[in-house]
Design a protein around this ligand. Sequence first.
Ligand SMILES: CC(C)(COP(=O)(O)OP(=O)(O)OC[C@H]1O[C@@H](n2cnc3c(N)ncnc32)[C@H](O)[C@@H]1OP(=O)(O)O)[C@@H](O)C(=O)NCCC(=O)NCCS
Length: 297
Amino acid sequence: MDDLLAFLQRNRPPKSLIFDSQEAIYSTKPFLSFLKIKPEIHKMPKAITPPQSFLNSMKVAGGKFSFERSLTLETPTFIPKGVRFYETNSIGFLSYLSEESRFFNTTIGRYCSIAESVFSGIQQHPVDRISTHPFTYNWSLNPKEDLSCIFSPFQEYQAVVDTKAPLPNKDVPRTIIGNDVWIGRSATIKPGITIGDGAVIGSHAVVTHDVAPYTIVAGVPARTLRQRFDDKTIEKFLKLQWWLYNISPLRKDPSYTNVELFLEKLETLIKEDHIEMLRPETYILENENGQCRKHVL
Ligand SMILES: CC(C)(COP(=O)(O)OP(=O)(O)OC[C@H]1O[C@@H](n2cnc3c(N)ncnc32)[C@H](O)[C@@H]1OP(=O)(O)O)[C@@H](O)C(=O)NCCC(=O)NCCS
């Protein structure tokens, strides 16, 4: 996972694309003045859909989804239709997503279950400009979502929207979803949040603070309901980190369905060096000027 994080850090958008010097102009100058300014265009890559042949060869089940800059995948994984990845994201072994969920700069651990319409790390609209509406910036993401595109038949709107102003979502912090996390339907996770290993997020929760490992949270804003296990058991889960190992040989063992036995057994196997690390096939999909490239890690 350390290697993955290092890769993701390296692939953040370069600072030179961020237009710090323009920011003050757009937040304070009168409306008409910004129509005259022509700063460089912040070019977000257009989102692309990986070819089905790539997905089959990588053991990615599901349907048509789109990603923007890069997507790192430990496989098998399941990504159904309508899922959208903005910027740079990664998904760990056997995690599965559900329809219409969206992820912005999010790292997802192994064995996660993510329900429909979950929004993670999605950027905010600017609240310190003359308007929160995207006419104050050039929303050049997927053309289908690009407001200048939606309104292109209307010339008056084009004159306002086509300002090439900087995007407001600069430096969106990375959102981290740990291993074995279950996220209920329609939950929203604010950018920069860390959800600990083994946590559970209730349906429709709005998560505004980090969530401790093995903790169940729910509500708006999300509050702790309870822990999944007692402190000692959680400590053991976090120490042993079962998701790092190939646990499949234990499948027929009685410990597989008993938390206490499982942790005991795993501890012994690790001590005696009788269990191997899990080494899933890992791929990086990259968007190179609209072409999907596949790299094996
Ligand atoms: C969060 C969740 C896991 C909690 O389940 P639970 O531990 O069985 O919780 P309980 O039903 O005993 O409820 C405990 C308390 O939390 C409240 N609560 C439960 N789920 C809640 C939610 N999603 N939002 C707000 N409050 C919630 C209950 O009203 C109850 O409050 P009370 O003590 O004041 O009466 C579950 O309710 C949930 O949201 N699951 C996600 C389901 C889903 O989206 N599945 C998609 C398919 S993957």
